[in-house]
Design a protein around this ligand. Structure first.
Ligand SMILES: Nc1ncnc2c1ncn2[C@@H]1O[C@H](COP(=O)(O)OP(=O)(O)OP(=O)(O)O)[C@@H](O)[C@H]1O
Ligand SMILES: [Mg+2]
Length: 248
């Protein structure tokens, strides 16, 4: 479904992606792990066409992401941004139903609101939350509103950038289960970035570790503990000592 081939991206003199190869089969859940600043979010943005790679190829369903009808392309995606990226001036329900209120996916307002409330419920938020503004929510609640927005239009492909960061352990468990459900029940293809190892084990079919601009290791989640890869081992056990230098 998603295929990255030798993707490179620099910002100024900083060569962030140095030949990323990654393949995500349809209906599977890929989790990307890796140190802070290694280019995980940049990789997601490249697939969405929000950041343009310097070289390499990215295809979704066989089509190059940087050609063709952008609106039709983006209509297939849901995305939870790392920083939430909610619209401050819109109440929660209009944030969640954002795409259902305009463009190709437009629905009547009452229906869009109903869907928003249902999605809020799925992420553990009450209907009363619907009429609040983002500034009136806690950080974890904002995260969940972002998640509700990502799933609102029932996308085929869904990207989650740090879905459980800032959530309490129980809510993180709820969100992990929800992501797993979206993949198994809706048949969606998912790509998730996380630092939360319990999240990796709960939601991944496959795992890829980004380090030094390349996918250092990739394989099924069942191989995580016996990969024999010293970089992966250091990362998943959070050891200060090892091949990965703590100061970058
Ligand atoms: N638009 C941009 N302009 C300039 N530099 C950028 C831009 N976006 C990302 N970078 C740089 O690219 C590198 C990778 O950033 P990215 O956000 O992908 O990291 P990350 O792996 O998601 O890290 P974290 O785990 O902390 O979220 C960083 O050094 C960052 O400063
Ligand atoms: Mg990031």
């Amino acid at each position: 479904m998603i295929e990255l081939t030798d993707v490179h991206k620099s910002f100024g003199s900083k060569h962030v992606l140095r030949g990323v190869d990654l393949s995500i089969p349809k209906g599977t859940s890929m989790v990307i792990i890796g140190g802070s600043g290694t280019g995980k979010s940049v990789t997601l943005k490249c697939v969405l066409g929000l950041v343009r790679p310097d070289s390499g190829q990215i295809t979704v369903d066989g089509n190059d992401v940087n050609t063709g009808d952008r609106d039709a392309f983006l209509a297939r995606f849901g995305m939870l941004f790392q920083g939430g990226a909610l619209f401050d001036s819109l109440p929660v329900w209009q944030n969640v139903a954002f795409r259902l209120l305009r463009g190709a996916l437009k629905r009547p307002k009452a229906e869009a609101r109903e869907i928003a409330i249902e999605k809020l419920r799925r992420v553990g938020l009450t209907p009363e939350t619907a009429d609040l503004f983002p500034a009136e929510l806690s950080g974890g609640m904002q995260k969940r509103v972002g998640l509700a927005r990502a799933i609102a239009a029932e996308p085929e492909i869904i990207f989650f950038d740090e879905p459980t960061t800032g959530l309490d352990p129980i809510m993180a468990g709820v969100i992990n289960e929800l992501i797993r459900e979206i993949v198994t029940e809706m048949g969606a293809t998912a790509m998730t970035i996380t630092h939360d190892m319990s999240s990796v084990r709960a939601i991944a079919d496959n795992v890829a570790m980004l380090h030094d601009g390349v996918i250092k290791w990739t394989g099924p989640v069942s191989r995580l503990d016996d990969s024999g890869d010293p970089y992966l081992d250091q990362f998943i056990h959070g050891r200060a000592e090892g091949p990965i230098e703590a100061v970058r």
